[in-house]
Design a protein around this ligand. Structure first.
Ligand SMILES: [Cu+2]
Length: 222
């Protein structure tokens, strides 16, 4: 029998912001293609899109440009694991505040969801959003102020510690750095106050700038 894939849209108060200063979702550079983070569980190890924490890693999906807005979607559907279970996750994005712009829930989770949905408060600025079992939650983020690597993770300690934590990288670009890899690395290292051997600096800066994971070392500039 085919799995039942119907989803139920939950009315989100934030969909029509009462705060006139709130950004509108259409300012996002990826409004039509939200970046999806599946909150996954393997053998008792949590992850995001099937991978756990990586100190220096930020995937291309996790790399954003300073001065832009993006829409991200957290999906908590209990997939990709031998243990098919879904728990609430309290997703926190460091370094900024965001808006919740929409929720939906899989129909097979709707009954349980009905019991708690009155407690979900999506109005206003957030730095953490609760993602219930079976839910997809969309948020609008503006990367206005600071370049560099930041964490995003589940705020339940054992989940974050078990791998439900990743970096997102805010890239600053300007004409000089865009055209000159050496200036790009030097500029990044200076802004981030990265010190150490040239190899360390290169690695950290290249990972950050290029958005490659640590296994992408072949792309390090020489
Ligand atoms: Cu969690």
């Amino acid at each position: 029998m085919k799995p039942h894939r119907r989803r139920i849209l939950i009315r989100s108060a934030a969909a029509a912001p009462v705060d006139a200063a709130a950004p509108q979702p259409r300012v996002a550079v990826n409004f039509d293609r939200p970046k999806v983070s599946e909150l996954t569980m393997g053998m008792r190890v949590w992850g995001i899109n099937g991978v756990g924490f990586d100190m220096l890693g930020a995937s291309p999906l996790e790399t954003v440009k300073l001065g832009t807005h993006e829409v991200w979607e957290f999906r908590n559907e209990g997939r990709a694991g031998m243990v098919r279970m879904a728990m609430p996750h309290s997703m926190h994005v460091r370094g900024l505040q965001f808006r919740v712009i929409g929720r939906s829930v899989a129909s097979r989770f709707a009954r349980g969801h009905d019991k708690v949905k009155a407690g979900l408060v999506d109005k206003g600025w957030k730095d953490t959003v609760l993602v219930m079992p079976g839910e997809r939650v969309r948020i609008l983020l503006g990367f206005a102020d600071y370049p560099g690597p930041f964490l995003y993770h589940c705020h339940m300690l054992e989940h974050g510690d078990s791998g439900l934590m990743r970096n997102h990288l805010v890239m600053a670009t300007n004409a000089v750095e865009r055209d000159n890899p050496i200036a790009k690395i030097a500029g990044f290292a200076k802004r981030q106050r990265i010190t150490g051997t040239p190899t360390t600096m290169q690695l950290v800066a290249a990972v950050a700038i290029e958005g490659v994971c640590s296994n992408g070392a072949s792309r390090l500039p020489s």
